[in-house]
Write a protein that binds this ligand. Structure first.
Ligand SMILES: Nc1ncnc2c1ncn2[C@@H]1O[C@H](COP(=O)(O)OP(=O)(O)OP(=O)(O)O)[C@@H](O)[C@H]1O
Ligand SMILES: [Mg+2]
Length: 264
């Protein structure tokens, strides 16, 4: 049983409603000061249930990455509350936050962020090492087999295609069995077929393993794999679409800003 994060965070974090994987309350984040200040998030409030797959969309600069970073505990909001898997992230120390993140959050980036000097297997189990958890080769093999790379354990990232690298990154995000997986444009650098493979893995994490996935994407087809889409504009929630089809998503994106208060 993984009690480390809970025990370690006992004093700093609050336990919240158990059914929610993620809750943000009036989360705000501004970068820079005075003349150069940019408000990336302007009071975002949302709640995501456990075992849901949510896409986040919006124009470039609308705050999608900032939202993910704040929700995952990689960035601290200036104000507001972030509660992840029943634990409040806002308020704890840096060390507690890091420990919590390593135990319960997985993150997938557009550019994979694999370490070039490590093998596929070593990259995959790195989060376990960092969290001080037991690492066995069988676990690496198991999880890499699940993403279709069981025969690539000893390869280096440079020997893999983009789609294969992203599957390693997904294996790395899954290896700690996190409650919530954040993915920032995970298919942005991939061809259609590799993108589909990555989306299938993310959806499987939700459907088969009950994890919660939050994915930023610019692609209406990728978004249509999610249970619902949240739209951001100028750092604010600007709409929500459940059971999205690619056409409905594209249509909504085209009119984003027309209906700022609709559908949230
Ligand atoms: N580290 C930073 N320092 C200064 N400004 C930042 C920083 N990160 C983001 N911003 C600014 O905050 C705003 C929101 O950025 P963010 O990266 O969240 O947008 P995004 O929706 O992810 O855009 P994209 O689709 O281009 O990735 C932008 O105006 C951006 O310039
Ligand atoms: Mg971004």
């Amino acid at each position: 049983m993984r009690t480390m994060s809970r025990a370690g965070s006992r004093h700093a974090y609050d336990r919240g409603p158990a059914q929610e994987a993620l809750r943000l309350v009036k989360v705000a984040k501004t970068y820079g000061t005075d003349g150069s200040a940019v408000t990336a998030l302007d009071g975002v409030t949302l709640g995501l249930g456990r075992g849901t797959f949510t896409a986040v969309m919006g124009p470039s600069g609308s705050g999608k990455s900032t939202l993910l970073q704040c929700a995952a505990g990689l960035e601290r909001p200036d104000s507001g509350v972030v509660r992840l898997d029943g634990t409040e992230l806002t308020g704890g120390s840096e060390a507690e936050l890091t420990r919590f993140r390593r135990g319960r959050v997985g993150f997938v980036f557009q550019q994979y962020n694999l370490l070039e000097t490590l093998t596929v297997a070593q990259n995959t189990v790195l989060p376990l090492k960092l969290a001080g958890r037991r690492v066995d080769r069988r676990r690496a093999r198991e999880i890499l087999t699940a993403v279709g790379l069981g025969d690539r354990l000893g390869h280096r990232p440079a020997q893999l295609s983009g789609g294969q690298r992203q599957r390693v990154a997904i294996a790395r995000a899954l290896v700690t069995e996190p409650r919530v997986i954040f993915a920032d444009e995970p298919t942005g650098a991939l061809d259609t077929r590799s993108a589909r493979e990555v989306l299938r893995l993310l959806r499987e994490a939700v459907r088969v393993h009950g994890r919660t996935v939050v994915m930023v994407t610019h692609d209406p087809v990728a978004a249509s794999w999610a249970d619902s889409v949240l739209f951001l504009a100028d750092g604010r929630l600007a709409g929500r679409l459940d059971a999205p089809t690619a056409d409905a998503v594209a249509e909504r994106l085209a009119h984003l800003g027309d209906d700022v208060t609709a559908g949230v």
